[in-house]
Design a protein around this ligand. Structure first.
Ligand code: ADP
Ligand code: MG
Length: 384
């Protein structure tokens, strides 16, 4: 893929590019906790967005997407924000750099990638992080990784119009081979936890569905979490978010007022605690307990937080009592996308085949499965 990218760049622009790759991500535990100031436990995977880039003398920006076979032009400093197509993720990053007064000239950029799009693996964050890292290299801007993460996130907010948390860009930048990252979404402090489960591997099962409920339900859940906090605050003024709330407070103050909000908040409070405890499992090498927590997360997401869907629930049902599966849950915002499964290595193929058949029969559509490994975050590719 990199050789092909380089070839396309040289053909189009007759220059040798700087090459950068930035990965997609998984999240083991800690779902819908980021916007509640909680913890998440993501990792970068061996699927990447790749960018080839070189400077121009003028103010022109030439972009080309290999995967969409499409070109886009722009001229500094006027950048448009139309639509949600691939150029917005690149120009949104350029826009952030301009807003922070970094000196840029024009550039030529070619993009490709193998992060499945829209599957909940954050292909958009991979594109943003590859772009900002490449521009930082190209123009010697000296921006720290954490600063780049924040700018990439802002690019997604402002140009793509998606109010994402910080986890996706963070994992794409800070990923570390065979490690999970426990990120405190309140302080942005993070810690690496080695993640090597002997004889097991991570398998993603992609439903290929994205129900239209997804974005409205996301906003609604955010509002319900805020409502829970607002109910508790008069009694505990120090409570700023669900991070500061415990189950007893919910039971005493939220349950009598709004039972639905109670259930949404209960899931989040439990999930924040579960994520912390999952890290203790990792330290103890207790992967059975870790896997059980993944199943518990799914139950909470499905029953209390109500962001699953029948396709995701079906996939979890299929693996739940299988001794070859330590743990599994839906991953991402919900209403579609992937499940993440911890599967015995030498039984993975058989399981994938079995679940694929069942899924086809149940839903009349095909399942994709990806075996992924945990890798380093963004990097410049050695361009010999
Ligand atoms: P995801 O969950 O994968 O991040 P999004 O809808 O947030 O889904 O982002 C997907 C969008 O990111 C695509 O529609 C496309 O515009 C852009 N994108 C991702 N990967 C690529 C790629 N390899 N080439 C061009 N654009 C890409
Ligand atoms: Mg995205």
């Amino acid at each position: 893929m990199v050789e092909e990218l380089k070839k396309v760049f040289i053909e189009k622009f007759a220059a040798t590019p700087i090459l950068v790759k930035s990965p997609g991500r998984i999240n083991l535990i800690g779902e819908h906790t980021d916007y509640n100031d909680g913890f998440v436990l993501p990792a970068a995977i061996d699927k990447y967005a790749y960018v080839a880039i070189q400077k121009r003398e003028d103010k022109h920006i030439n972009l080309f997407s290999v995967d969409f076979n499409e070109a886009q032009e722009a001229t500094l400093p006027e950048l448009t924000t139309e639509g949600k197509h691939w150029p917005v993720y690149i120009l949104g990053v350029v826009d952030q750099l301009l807003k922070s007064n970094y000196a840029l000239t024009g550039f030529n950029l070619v993009l490709c990638g193998d992060v499945p799009i829209g599957a909940g693996l954050s292909s958009s964050a991979a594109v943003e992080c590859a772009t900002i890292f490449a521009l930082n290299e190209l123009f010697n801007l000296g921006i720290s990784k954490m600063e780049m993460v924040k700018m990439a996130q802002k690019a997604e907010h402002e140009f793509a119009g998606v109010k994402c948390g910080i986890m996706d860009q963070f994992a794409s930048m800070f990923g570390k081979e065979n490690n999970l990252i426990r990120l405190d979404c309140r302080s942005l402090q993070y810690e690496y936890f080695p993640f090597y489960v002997p004889g097991f591997q991570v398998v993603l099962m992609d439903t290929h569905v994205k129900h239209s409920l997804a974005s409205s339900a996301y906003n609604e859940r955010r509002a319900q979490c805020e409502k829970g906090v607002a109910i508790i605050q008069p009694f505990f003024p120090q409570v700023k978010s669900l991070r500061d709330v415990n189950l007893q407070m919910l039971q005493q103050y939220v349950f009598p007022v709004d039972e639905l909000v109670y259930r949404r908040c209960k899931y989040v409070v439990e999930e924040i605690e579960r994520t912390v405890n999952a890290c203790t499992d990792l330290i103890k090498n207790d992967f059975i307990s870790f896997g059980k927590k993944m199943f518990q997360t799914h139950e909470g997401l499905s029953n209390d937080y109500a962001v699953s869907c029948k396709e995701l629930d079906f996939l979890i049902q299929q693996v739940k009592d299988n001794p070859a599966v330590l743990g599994a849950r839906m991953m991402g915002g919900g209403f579609g996308g992937c499940t993440i499964n911890l599967v015995k290595e030498n039984e993975a193929e058989v399981l994938i085949e079995k679940v694929s058949k069942a899924y086809q029969k149940e839903t009349c559509s095909a399942l994709s499965a990806y075996k992924v490994t945990i890798q380093d975050g963004v990097s410049v590719i050695d361009n010999k």
